[in-house]
Design a protein around this ligand. Structure first.
Ligand code: SAM
Length: 286
């Protein structure tokens, strides 16, 4: 704490005073250790010139860490009405720096709430974490409205995000996360750091946008990877039949051996495949 930091009630007291018993249906596993939440906040880089978007602030553990680490402004979206009064106390302690929005982040146009540079930092509710990630990574506009994502995932999801070809965990999520972004696992968080503790270890993942490869339509890439990994044990000449009557010709034009399986094809291979697919009538691309 610096001499100017406000005097905040311990988080356990906040939880007790507001009756915030964790609800499983909302993916509620709270972080109470301020050293850990400040480490997560710092992992997203200097915050004094950006707006931080936090999904699921809950009782405000990570939120207070972001504010204490100097975030210029935090916009926090929370679905659980019970948390709003606790977050209002925090907003009062950091005048003009915290905006709390009661709502479902999967149904909220977050970009419309932001002015200027923004980063997303969140201990995500596990039940909607991949839906939210797909929304942030899947847009047509690139670079996106956010500068970076610093997110907590279950370790198993984090491994899928960074997996490379040949790995059992390599799949649609890996390609979505890597074709025009750079994801990295920063550190693991032990299950015992959460209240209540989940069954498994979690990891903090940081993702920054990279250049968008030319000639690749995000929607078509999604269709290609969905077909390829929908039947991941099959050879591509068979799994891609749902995409094109001449799957073998499509693969050959993309420079891919038609007898190979999706899990062995690097991201560049899927990009080449998508470019060739966009030239076929069945893609519907003009
Ligand atoms: N940020 C807090 C922390 O680190 O202790 C809480 C994290 S907890 C894993 C996930 C939070 O997301 C909960 O507060 C939960 O109520 C909230 N949540 C769940 N689904 C949500 C949704 N669709 N939109 C916004 N918030 C949601």
């Amino acid at each position: 704490m610096t001499p100017t930091d406000p005097d905040l009630s311990p988080l356990r007291d906040v939880i007790e005073r507001h009756g915030l018993i964790a609800r499983k249906a909302l993916g509620q596993n709270f972080l109470l250790d301020i050293n850990l939440t400040r480490r997560i906040a710092r992992a997203s880089g200097p915050l004094d010139a950006v707006t931080v978007v936090e999904v699921g602030p809950g009782p405000g553990g990570l939120t207070r860490a972001l504010l204490l680490e100097g975030a210029k402004r935090v916009v926090a979206i929370e679905k659980d009405r019970r948390c709003i009064a606790a977050l209002a106390e925090l907003a009062e302690a950091f005048p003009g720096r915290l905006t709390v929005i009661e709502g479902d982040a999967t149904q909220t146009d977050i970009a419309a709430l932001i002015n200027g540079p923004a980063r997303i930092v969140a201990n995500l509710p596990y039940n909607v974490s991949t839906v939210l990630l797909a929304g942030w990574l899947g847009g047509r506009d690139w670079p996106p409205w956010w500068e970076s994502l610093t997110l907590m995932f279950q370790r198993e999801v984090a491994e899928r995000i960074v997996a490379g070809p040949g790995s059992k965990t390599y799949g649609r999520l890996s390609i979505l996360s890597q074709w025009r972004s750079r994801p990295q696992i920063l550190f693991d968080v032990d299950r015992r750091a959460f209240t209540p503790p989940p069954k498994i270890t979690s990891s903090i993942v940081r993702i920054v946008p990279a250049e968008m490869p030319a000639g690749v339509d995000p929607g078509l890439l999604e269709r290609v990877t969905a077909a390829a990994f929908g039947q991941r044990r099959k050879m591509l000449r068979s799994s891609l039949k749902s995409l094109s009557p001449d799957a073998e010709g499509l693969l050959t034009r993309a420079g891919i051996d038609p007898t190979r399986r999706a899990e062995d094809i690097p991201v560049d291979g899927f990009l080449a495949l998508t470019r060739c697919f966009s030239e076929t009538p069945s893609s519907g691309a003009s």
